[in-house]
Ligand binder design. Sequence first.
Ligand SMILES: Cc1cc2nc3c(=O)[nH]c(=O)nc-3n(C[C@H](O)[C@H](O)[C@H](O)COP(=O)(O)OP(=O)(O)OC[C@H]3O[C@@H](n4cnc5c(N)ncnc54)[C@H](O)[C@@H]3O)c2cc1C
Length: 305
Amino acid sequence: MISRAAFACLQAANVSTFAYAGLTIANAHLLARYGTPQQIDRWVRPMLEGRYFGTMCLSEPERMLMAQKSYAEGGLALGLYAARLLDEVTTAEDETERENSRLLLEVLTPVVKSRPSQWCLEANSLAIQVHGGYGYTRDFNVEQLYRDNRLNAIHEGTHTIHGLDLLGRKVTMDSGAGLRVLLNAITAAITRAGRCSEELRAWGSALRDSAGRVAAVTDRLWSTGEPEAALANSTAYLEGVGHVVLAWIWLEQALAAEGKTGDFYDGKRAAARYFFSYELPKNAAQFDLLASLDRSMLKLSESWF
Ligand SMILES: Cc1cc2nc3c(=O)[nH]c(=O)nc-3n(C[C@H](O)[C@H](O)[C@H](O)COP(=O)(O)OP(=O)(O)OC[C@H]3O[C@@H](n4cnc5c(N)ncnc54)[C@H](O)[C@@H]3O)c2cc1C
């Protein structure tokens, strides 16, 4: 029985493998007919040369690559910024600046640790997807990177604990002083963006709206006087605030790239554009949920599982 099942499985797999050639030809024709000259040059040529197979060229690779760039370079920039703050806690010239660096570092720490753990893993997942079946197998090292990085949301401190830390401690400490320093830093970037191109002004305006929601939702959550209810959706809070912080980091990078030419700076602008179009709007659903003070997860019964 087992050998017959194994044979059937292998037979099915072989049929799928044979189908790759047909899929490749079909995709090449589709691209040749409807693709842009750049897409044809980029994808049809390697397919006809036998280097790419199947559907890997039709899986929105550009969007997936830009998502990966925005997660990875955004996470790196945030980590480097946190490292600078750590220095400035002791090296900044005056006492107020040292204290503000300390407060900002405190409030950002759960985001710095959780954001790359969650979204750079998503980047690893997209790297598998971009490669299609070759990403899932061991032909490329992306599946190894996915498995390795899955650890980060556990050993860097678990995701839910970072949510509890951010909402339960960091934004309330010193009567909200840390959150105020964060919102002031975001406002300063928005003000600088207001003196730049129309696109940067639009990003600044979107960020102002989202930062306003962080302040409003934080007040609303703590207005209940019931910590258990406030913290019931603290992971959604962590992720919503994370989107806003990363949008700020991308605005800072776009500001640094303003007026500069070359692929490096064009790439930064493209990633910032991607982030403001595709990622920042995700916070609306999280802030809506938080503002509704949803308590349904506090009313579950063990027997339902
Ligand atoms: C490979 C590896 C390397 C590690 N290296 C280090 C290291 O160098 N230094 C170090 O200090 N630790 C290290 N750790 C330990 C790591 O910090 C812990 O695994 C982590 O803190 C989670 O603890 P736990 O595994 O006991 O999970 P648990 O605490 O049992 O958590 C299980 C799940 O429940 C959730 N949870 C727990 N409590 C709550 C709560 N009150 N509210 C909501 N959700 C909750 C958690 O978020 C998690 O998703 C490492 C772990 C691994 C696997």
